[in-house]
Design a protein. Structure first.
Lengths: 441, 79, 419
């Protein structure tokens, strides 16, 4: 009698894990299926956390994701995976149990980069914003009525939080080392629009400097930030929005190409072993995956995007069920959205390496525009501020490697002028200096 | 908008990459979907069970099929 | 195709326009889809696949504005031709309605309309629609045969639009006549017919004059209706749109909202009568109506195509559309694209992801879609419940000549009774 099959184990019970599990069932997989999650919660949706949950329009628990297929799964929630033994085909959980697998889908995602302990990270009142519990705890702190909130980092999360908190009427200061918010992902040419929104909303924006250390009172509560320019900001609530690192600590020693930038996988989403070979039984998807993107010359990227979590997980699941000769390459055009200061921001493509940016519809002054990023005469990304209606046409141009700028002679088009996007130069060793959308290897 | 729809609440998610702000969902289920500003869609991810008909109308009416509603019961109980 | 010889690819659209192909244009569409962008002999480009249309409906190089000028035939009366008509001509040219405008003018007009097309106002019409449908079907009691078009599809939408706009019920019959005539103006082929054009122009003149007076009346005595809202000054005390734009917008809402809804209801019932098991399922479970309507919008849409003009050169799917060329977005063909839909020629309300172009798409997406859905839902549920043993008496039914706004001229249904 053959032993019971161990089946498929999905490590990481968030959006990618859930959509991967659903895709396995929809693809006809009827064997044992286990989902492992570090948090005690069923998979939930992250985007509302930094928006409606902070604003109080939704409770954190309301973000639980719909299950779109009958899963018939075993749920192991609240105990993180802590080790992987590829030879024994088993993972170990934090509660000491081991779990055997025939095939593994790694969707452990990313973790908020915490404020370093040596410069005040242990003080109470310093929050990060990544998970559902983070959001709930931050929301309670906001309801308590902080006198002055300091947001460190003007990436998407920092800006969304600033926008929400100003709507709540709280006093907000945002500190970022770059000249404008969103400089790393969108460049300062566009970031200047958000800087204006930020200031108009009544928030204080402190560009070009960074927090060196936080000081606390006798009770260990944060009271002050010391900045690199020598100044100090009194604060009783801090949001450290410093980006994220990939949750790969549990894979140390597993013999995979894994580090804080992700788990490297091949085009078929199979994890690469340290020697570069693709593991036929380990797949990776979502934020934690570092994958070769054909549209951008096959370079390795990892993105923290909702759309990638959904699509890559489904694609990995499809390949997990297919034979070795039927492993299809993952083709994906990265895209994300953000809502802040009443503006719907949508980006399609990757801006990294862009040499130029051109506003091709609307105007920055009106805060309704579509901008295209160019590199070597080609269009590589398109950005919409409340002009999403044109985005599919520009997406088409990016997919087909269209010239830069791709569309001329259009209706309602300004005289097209190109500018430097204004990406900040790489900063070595700065704690806050990681672009949130994409990591390069 | 209610924060949590109570026992038996529905579960909804919208792919906001796909959403083009056509606002058809806002007419189909005005208690669950609201368009803010020019094109920001705000929705209740856990509308009360009594809204199922309206939510299903919204799912069907979306021109880009961006709305997903959980059809059946939850998968087992988490240990 | 009517003579049985297959058309060459560059004259397929001419065959689509041929009334002989009205009952079943879909085989022509299938051939057109072989080339996602197909150049026709007259220099126009027909776009017929789902992917190509989705790429183009959002393309800012496609203009709705720069279409061939609307020429008024001379009446022979110099006062009319040189004094009265030029004013109306301004409405027809410089103040075209928003479906014939590009941003930013389009956006100004559309947002003014949307501001008045409020959710409570639209949803509030559901009861009115239900009452109207009941009254129309009550009038059919005792009959063994109805004509769906005459008895329900045709009168219903005009009555609803009049209510929405704030047109007095006593004027509805005049609106019926104007709407019928003006709908032909939306047909590209109808423009060539001098007699039709003359009738269209006089209907246009009559409704323009009527609207001008009605708007004046709404300003004097505003009511809770769309026209009062559109005619009211904005918060800055200025007009929200010029009077010419206001007149053309009101005419558009009547024309665009009428024949399209007639087609939606009629096409839906025709399809259901061809699939009686679906009609029976609807009768048993009215909650199926929304998915059924979306599938009708895919399978037998009320509008088959719209024409745009390329403002620049557009390279798409291996074809280059030159600047200035007319571009025909063949929505109804994209709706049957097998690269997008499994078994596209099968009517299947339970299919997942019915991403259709039944209401167009992009910035010109049908303003009235939510109202059309309500009318269709109420009408279909009532028909499924009140028609006893319904069957088609003539299949295929006779079609009106229009190739774009395609729909049966009559739909005769035999019944044991109207409950």
């Amino acid at each position: 009698m053959s032993p019971e099959p161990a089946g498929i184990v999905v490590v990481g019970a968030s959006l990618a894990g859930l959509r991967g599990a659903e895709a396995l069932r929809r693809g006809g997989y009827a064997g044992p299926l286990t989902l492992v999650g570090a948090e005690p919660h069923r998979p939930y949706d992250r985007p509302p956390l930094s928006k409606h949950v902070l604003a109080g329009a939704l409770e954190a628990g309301a973000t639980r994701l719909p299950e779109l297929a009958a899963l018939g799964a075993v749920w192991r929630l609240g105990h993180a995976a802590i080790a992987l033994d590829r030879v024994a085909r088993a993972i170990r959980l934090a509660d000491g149990t081991t779990l055997a697998y025939d095939k593994l889908l790694v969707t452990t995602g990313a973790e908020a980069r915490p404020w370093p302990a040596e410069t005040g990270g242990g003080l109470s009142g310093i929050h990060t914003l990544r998970g559902r519990d983070d959001a709930a705890s931050l929301r309670s702190a906001l309801v308590a009525g902080p006198r002055r909130v300091l947001i460190v980092g003007g990436g998407l999360i920092g800006c969304e939080a600033a926008s929400c908190l100003r709507d709540l009427g709280l006093s907000v200061t945002l500190v970022d080392p770059n000249p404008t918010p969103l400089a790393k992902s969108l460049g300062t040419h566009v970031g200047a629009v958000i800087a204006a929104c930020l200031r108009e909303s009544g928030a204080a924006f402190r560009p070009g400097t960074s927090v060196q250390t936080f000081e606390g009172d006798d009770a260990g509560r944060v009271v002050r930030a010391r900045l690199a320019d020598g100044s100090a900001i009194e604060t009783d609530l801090v949001i450290a929005a410093l980006g994220a690192t990939r949750a790969t600590g549990w894979l140390a020693g597993a013999g995979l190409m894994a580090d804080a930038g992700g788990v490297t996988c091949d085009a078929a989403c199979r994890a690469r072993a340290a020697d570069g070979t693709a593991c036929p039984d380990i797949y990776v998807a979502g934020d934690v995956a570092r994958w070769p993107i054909r549209l951008y010359g096959g370079r390795l990227v990892s993105v923290e995007h909702w759309g990638n979590a959904v699509e890559q997980a489904a694609h990995a699941a499809r390949n997990m069920l297919a034979g070795p000769d039927d492993q299809r390459a993952y083709e994906h055009l990265p895209a994300f959205w953000s809502n802040q200061f009443g503006i719907n921001i949508k980006l399609v493509g990757l801006t990294a390496g862009a040499e130029s940016v051109a506003v091709v519809q609307g105007s920055r002054a009106s805060r309704r525009f579509l901008a295209v990023y160019g590199r070597a005469g080609r269009s590589i990304a398109a950005l919409s501020f409340d002009e999403a209606r044109w985005l599919p046409a520009y997406t088409e141009a990016i997919l087909s490697g269209g010239a830069f700028p791709p569309i001329t002679d259009a209706t309602d088009q300004p005289r097209i002028e190109t500018a430097s996007p204004g990406f900040p130069p790489p900063r070595a060793g700065a704690p806050a200096a990681r672009r949130p959308e994409v990591a390069h290897v | 908008m209610k924060p949590i729809g109570g026992p038996g609440a529905l579960r909804v998610v919208v792919d906001l990459n796909r959403c083009q702000g056509y606002a058809q969902c806002c007419y189909a289920a005005p208690d669950a979907f609201v368009l803010r500003g020019h094109e920001i869609l705000f929705y209740d991810p856990t509308p009360p069970a009594g809204q199922r008909g309206a939510i299903e109308r919204a799912v069907q009416a979306c021109p880009v099929r961006a709305i997903r509603l959980q059809a059946g019961a939850d998968d087992g109980d988490a240990p | 195709m009517s003579d049985g010889t297959p058309s060459p690819h560059d004259s397929l659209f001419a065959a689509v326009m041929d009334p002989a192909n009205r009952t079943d244009p879909y085989p022509l569409y299938a051939r057109l889809r072989e080339r996602p962008v197909s150049r026709q002999r007259d220099g126009s480009y027909v776009v017929s696949t789902h992917a190509a249309i989705r790429a183009l409906i959002f393309d800012p190089r496609l203009s709705s504005e720069d279409l061939p000028p609307f020429k008024r035939p001379a009446t022979g009366n110099p006062i009319r031709d040189w004094i009265v008509n030029p004013i109306r001509s301004r409405i027809a040219t410089a103040h075209r309605p928003l479906i014939f405008r590009d941003p930013p003018d389009h956006d100004t007009l559309r947002s003014a309309v949307m501001r008045e097309f409020t959710i409570p106002r639209v949803l509030g019409l559901r009861d009115r629609v239900a009452r109207e449908v009941d009254a129309l079907l009550d009038a059919c009691r005792g009959r063994r045969e109805i004509c769906l078009v005459d008895d329900l599809s045709y009168p219903l939408p005009v009555s609803v639009i009049c209510q929405l706009l704030g047109v007095p019920a006593s004027d509805e019959p005049r609106f019926q006549a104007w709407a019928t005539q003006l709908a032909t103006a939306l047909e590209p082929d109808a423009r060539h017919d001098i007699e039709t054009r003359r009738h269209t122009v006089s209907a246009f003149d009559a409704i323009s004059d009527y609207m001008r007076d009605l708007i004046r009346e709404k300003r004097r005595r505003p009511a809770d209706d769309m026209l009062s809202g559109l005619a009211a000054p904005g918060p800055d005390g200025k007009k929200r749109m010029s009077d010419f734009d206001l007149i053309s917008t009101a005419i558009l809402l009547l024309v665009a909202g009428h024949e399209t809804t007639v087609n939606l209801i009629t096409n839906a019932m025709l399809t259901l009568l061809r699939h009686p098991e679906e009609l029976e399922r609807l009768r048993a479970d009215p909650a199926r109506a929304p998915r059924l309507i979306e599938e009708v919008l895919r399978y037998e849409p009320p509008v088959h195509f719209r024409t745009r003009k390329a403002l620049g050169t557009i390279a798409l799917r291996g074809e280059t559309i030159p600047k200035g060329a007319p571009v025909i977005l063949l929505f109804a063909a994209a709706n049957r694209d097998r690269d997008r839909f499994e078994g596209p020629d099968r009517f299947d309300p339970d299919r997942a992801d019915i991403e259709h172009f039944g209401f167009g798409g992009g910035l010109h997406y049908c303003v009235g879609a939510p109202l059309a859905r309500i009318e269709a839902e109420v009408a279909l549920v009532a028909l499924s419940r009140r028609l006893v043993a319904p069957r088609l008496l003539r299949d295929p039914p006779p079609y009106r000549p229009g190739a774009s706004l395609r729909g049966p001229e009559q739909l005769h249904i035999g019944v044991d009774a109207v409950a």
